[in-house]
Design a protein around this ligand. Structure first.
Ligand SMILES: [Zn+2]
Length: 73
């Protein structure tokens, strides 16, 4: 009866994968996701498809451009 000194070393398998953020890259693969971007004192609508609206003096107008783009597509 000998004590079990030679314990098999089982390393803890993989380090726990950190908490993942499902909404890490919230990019719609299809469709149009619009937002507004500011350029200097102008504001323009940009879309995930690459479309950009004309530079507007107000964000309201840029947003309207974006809405028109998404509804037109
Ligand atoms: Zn678009």
């Amino acid at each position: 009866m000998d004590p079990h000194t030679k314990a098999t070393q089982v390393a803890p398998f993989a380090p726990a994968p950190g908490p993942r953020h499902p909404a890490d890259t919230a990019q719609a693969p299809a469709g149009h996701t619009t937002s507004t971007a500011e350029r200097g004192s102008f504001c323009l609508a940009v879309c995930s498809c690459g479309w950009t609206g004309p530079a507007r003096r107000s964000r309201d107008l840029a947003r309207r451009d974006a809405t028109r783009h998404t509804s037109a597509a």
